[in-house]
Design a protein around this ligand. Structure first.
Ligand SMILES: [Zn+2]
Length: 270
């Protein structure tokens, strides 16, 4: 599933190419991918310039004149940037044509959605999504997490996966953040010290930035796959030695998710 890093990678890569460019034409070959009425959607984006490319959680937003084109990739949606006359591949359900290239939205699982939202309705659009803070939001502080976690006598791993506290942490990232912070995934969230919460915050940034450097784990707009998986420290490293202490990495279910950790570096406390 494309996670925050994949969406952010797409945003950064597309920003360099499509900002200031005009969508000359859009072809929608499968109506259900588009949330609006198809013809409204086409009218909303045709002949419109892209002013900016933004992201909120796992939503990608193209800023147009008076609307946002909002995209959610869900399970397997992605964008490919190709030449203008490039062949339409199987599962390319929406194609945007610019002066000298085309942007293909491909989605084999059909769970993704594209829709246009009026600019003045965008806050409303995100309101019921219950998204927490972005990893680089300056309001993400130990105090914020302390307040959020104080009524949650439950595993920290589950809390990190809950998108209403910090948005965008998926399973791989939660394992890596907890490893870097030397916190056992089953530590109760309400028992974590301010010092350790600060470590969670700084390691969330570090792990995301490291993954962004390697462009995540999915194919990007040029079709090349990100290589972050080669740089994971615990996730998917069951029975392999810990890079820091040499003990064997363990896997167990925490909050219903396969969880990898080092029993030595991440001892359970409290
Ligand atoms: Zn270790």
């Amino acid at each position: 599933m494309p996670e925050l890093v994949e969406v952010e990678t797409t945003r950064r890569d597309l920003s360099k190419i499509i900002i200031g460019k005009k969508i000359n034409k859009v072809v929608v070959s499968l109506d259900k991918i588009v949330y609006n009425k198809k013809q409204n959607f086409i009218n909303d984006v045709t002949k419109k310039s892209i002013l900016d490319v933004k992201r909120r959680g796992k939503w990608l937003l193209f800023e147009l004149d008076d609307k946002y084109l909002v995209i959610h990739f869900r399970m397997e949606g992605r964008f490919y940037l190709l030449k203008k006359d490039a062949k339409i591949e199987k599962h390319d359900y929406v194609v945007f044509y610019f002066d000298d290239f085309s942007l293909h939205y491909n989605d084999p699982r059909l769970f993704g959605k594209l829709q246009t939202v009026d600019k003045d309705k965008i806050l409303e659009f995100f309101k019921d999504k219950n998204l927490g803070l972005e990893y680089d939001d300056k309001n993400l502080t130990a105090k914020y997490l302390k307040e959020k976690f104080k009524t949650h006598h439950t595993d920290i791993k589950k809390m990190l996966l809950d998108q209403s506290f910090i948005t965008g942490i998926g399973n791989i990232y939660a394992d890596e953040i907890l490893f870097e912070s030397k916190i056992n995934p089953k530590t109760y969230a309400d028992k974590i010290s301010t010092t350790k919460l600060k470590e969670i915050i700084s390691n969330t940034k570090n792990v995301f930035e490291r993954s962004l450097k390697y462009k995540g784990t999915y194919p990007n707009i040029d079709g090349r796959r990100g290589t972050f998986e080669e740089h994971l420290k615990v996730h998917k490293r069951e029975n392999m030695p810990c890079y820091e202490c040499g003990n064997i990495i363990k896997k167990e279910k925490v909050g219903g998710r396969g969880t990898y950790y080092c029993p030595h570096c991440q001892k359970k406390r409290g």
